[in-house]
Design a protein around this ligand. Structure first.
Ligand SMILES: *Cc1c(COP(=O)(O)O)cnc(C)c1O
Length: 485
C-alpha cells in the first residue's frame, strides 16, 4: 500500500455497491412476494453449520461474494416468522416498508439519544403516537427499547426508585428497612423474575399469585398475600398485571388489580408485551380500560404491530418519576441551548441505554403507511382467526381445546380414547415436530395443568382463515399417520 493513501471502509467502486444494494432489495421483494409458496422452515444441513466454524478473516473479501454466501448459507435457513403459518412463541411478521425503514435508519445511522437532529423528533412523535394508541395520558413519558423484557425492567426500575423517599438510587436497597416485594400471577412472563433479580429485589421477592381456570390472577388471593406480607414485615411496592399472558393470552382482572394497588398505595404496572394492543379490537377496549390508569405499561411493537425486530415501548404515567429514575449528566453529555447538542431532552435520561439506533423510523413509517384503523382491523382479524381455529377444534372429536381462547392464542391437542398423559404428550410432540420439519406450519408447545399442548399464537398479518383449516387438517393427517405406525 502507498503511504499517502488514507484508509476508509467505503466501497472501492460505488457503482458496484449500488448494484449490489439493488439486488438485495430485489431478492427481498421476491422472497416476501412468494413466501406463502415456500416451506416455512427447513433443517440446517451439517455442511452449512460447518461453514459457520471458519475462523476470523484476516483479509477482506468482495461484497458481491459475501452476498452470495448470505444467499447460500443464511437466507434459506430463516426462522420463518415472515411466513403466514408461523405461530410459535409470540413473534411478529414484519413488513416490507418496515424493513426498508430499518435500512434507511442504519444508512442515516444517527445515535438517537442526544442532540438536535431529525431522529429525535421522530422518536418523540412515535412515543406520542404510542400514548394515543393506548389512550394513555398525553403528559406521560415513554421510551422505545429493544423489546418487552427491556420495557418491563425499565418500568420496574422506575417503580423501585420511586418507592418511599426515593433514596434507592443513592443507597441501593440496603437502607430500605423492609424487604421490597412485588406481585404478579403464576402465568407472568419470566422477564419479570429476571427484572426482579437484576434490580436487586431477588427472585424470592416476586410473589406469584395463583390463577383461575382461565389463567387470570385471583384478586382475593392477591389481597391475602399483601396482608400476609404486611404483617410479616415486608414492603409491598408493585403489582404487575398482564394483558395477554404468554401461555394462553389471558387477561388479568386489571381494573380490580388497579383498585387494590390504589388501596395499598402500590405501583401498578401492566405487562402488555403481547396483548396491550388488543385494546385496538373494540371487543377488548372495556376489559383493557385499566391500561389507561396504570402507573406504567410495557408493550411490544415487534409483536402485534408487526414492526420488524426489535422494538418495544415503556410508558410511564408520571414523567417526573421516570426522569428521576434515570437522569444523569456527566461532563461529556452536557446539553446546550443551541447547536448540535441542543434540542429535546436527552433520551438516556429515561432509560439505561445510552447509544440507541433509529428504531423509531420503522414504527413511524409503518403507522403512517397503514394508519390506526387498519391495525385495529388486523388485530381483530387475528383474534377472529384464533376463535375460528377453536371452533374447528371443537368440531373434531379427536381434538381438544386445552385453554379458553382469550386473544389470538389457541391451545389444543390431539386426543384418543384411553390415551394416558404420557402417550398424548408423545403423540402431540411428534405432530408438532413433523409440522415444522415438513415445512407446513410452526406452532410451539406449552404445558397447561400437566397437559402437553400445541400452542398457536397468531400475531401474523399474513395469516388467512384457510391457514387454520389447513393446520387442523395437517394435524389430523400427521396424527393418524403416527398412530398407524
Ligand atoms: C414477549 C413477551 C415478553 C418479552 O418481550 P420480548 O420482546 O420478547 O423481550 C414479556 N411479557 C409478555 C407477556 C410477552 O408476551
Amino acid at each position: 500500500m502507498e503511504n499517502n493513501e488514507d484508509l476508509t471502509l467505503d466501497p472501492e467502486n460505488w457503482e458496484t455497491m449500488r448494484e449490489l444494494g439493488h439486488q438485495m432489495v430485489d431478492d427481498l421483494i421476491d422472497y416476501w412476494k412468494s413466501i406463502r409458496e415456500q416451506k416455512i422452515w427447513k433443517p440446517i444441513p451439517e455442511e452449512v453449520k460447518e461453514f459457520f466454524d471458519t475462523p476470523l478473516p484476516e483479509k477482506g473479501q468482495d461484497p458481491t461474494k459475501i452476498y452470495e454466501e448470505f444467499k447460500q448459507y443464511i437466507f434459506p435457513y430463516n426462522k420463518g416468522n415472515v411466513h403466514p403459518r408461523f405461530f410459535a412463541w409470540i413473534q411478529g411478521t414484519g413488513t416490507p416498508l418496515g424493513s426498508f425503514a430499518d435500512l434507511l435508519a442504519s444508512g442515516m445511522n444517527p445515535n438517537t439519544t442526544i442532540g438536535e437532529h431529525s431522529a429525535m423528533y421522530v422518536d418523540r412523535q412515535v412515543i406520542n403516537w404510542c400514548k394515543e394508541l393506548m389512550n394513555y395520558p398525553s403528559d406521560a413519558s415513554g421510551i422505545l427499547v429493544s423489546g418487552g423484557s427491556m420495557a418491563n425492567i425499565t418500568a420496574l426500575t422506575v417503580a423501585r426508585n420511586s418507592f418511599g423517599d426515593q433514596q434507592i438510587r443513592a443507597s441501593g436497597l440496603r437502607d430500605v428497612e423492609n424487604r421490597l416485594v412485588l406481585y404478579c400471577s403464576t402465568e407472568t412472563h419470566s422477564c419479570i423474575d429476571k427484572a426482579a433479580e437484576i434490580i436487586g429485589l431477588g427472585a424470592k421477592a416476586v410473589r406469584k399469585i395463583p390463577v383461575n381456570d382461565s389463567y387470570e390472577m385471583r384478586p382475593e388471593l392477591l389481597v391475602e398475600q399483601i396482608e400476609k406480607d404486611l404483617k410479616s414485615g415486608y414492603s409491598p411496592f408493585a403489582i404487575v398485571g398482564t394483558s395477554g399472558t404468554v401461555n394462553t393470552g389471558a387477561i388479568d382482572p386489571l381494573e380490580e388489580l388497579n383498585q387494590i394497588a390504589k388501596k395499598y398505595k402500590l405501583w401498578f404496572h401492566i405487562d402488555g408485551a403481547y396483548g396491550a394492543l388488543a385494546k385496538l379490537d373494540p371487543r377488548y377496549s372495556s376489559r383493557l380500560k385499566a391500561i389507561e390508569e396504570a402507573d406504567s405499561l410495557a408493550f411490544d411493537l415487534h409483536k402485534w404491530l408487526y414492526v420488524p425486530y426489535e422494538v418495544g415501548c415503556t410508558l410511564i404515567r408520571d414523567a417526573k418519576k421516570h426522569r428521576a429514575a434515570f437522569a444523569i449528566t456527566p461532563n461529556y453529555l452536557i446539553q446546550e441551548k443551541r447547536g448540535l447538542s441542543g434540542g429535546l431532552d436527552s433520551i438516556n435520561h429515561y432509560g439505561f441505554e445510552l447509544s440507541r439506533g433509529f428504531k423509531a423510523l420503522k414504527v413511524w413509517m409503518s403507522l403512517k403507511e397503514h394508519g390506526r384503523a387498519k391495525y385495529a382491523r388486523l388485530i381483530t382479524q387475528n383474534n377472529n382467526q384464533a376463535k375460528y381455529l377453536a371452533k374447528l377444534v371443537q368440531q373434531h372429536t379427536e381434538l381438544e381445546l386445552t385453554a379458553p381462547v382469550s386473544m389470538s392464542i389457541t391451545c389444543f391437542r390431539m386426543i384418543r380414547e384411553g390415551g394416558d398423559e404420557a402417550s398424548l404428550r408423545e403423540l402431540n410432540r411428534e405432530i408438532l415436530l413433523q409440522l415444522q420439519e415438513q415445512g407446513i406450519a410452526s406452532p410451539s408447545s406449552t404445558i397447561l395443568q400437566g397437559r402437553y399442548t400445541l400452542r398457536i399464537a397468531n400475531v401474523n398479518h399474513r395469516t388467512r382463515k384457510e391457514d387454520m383449516d389447513l393446520l387442523v387438517n395437517e394435524v389430523l393427517r400427521i396424527g393418524h399417520e403416527i398412530l398407524k405406525k
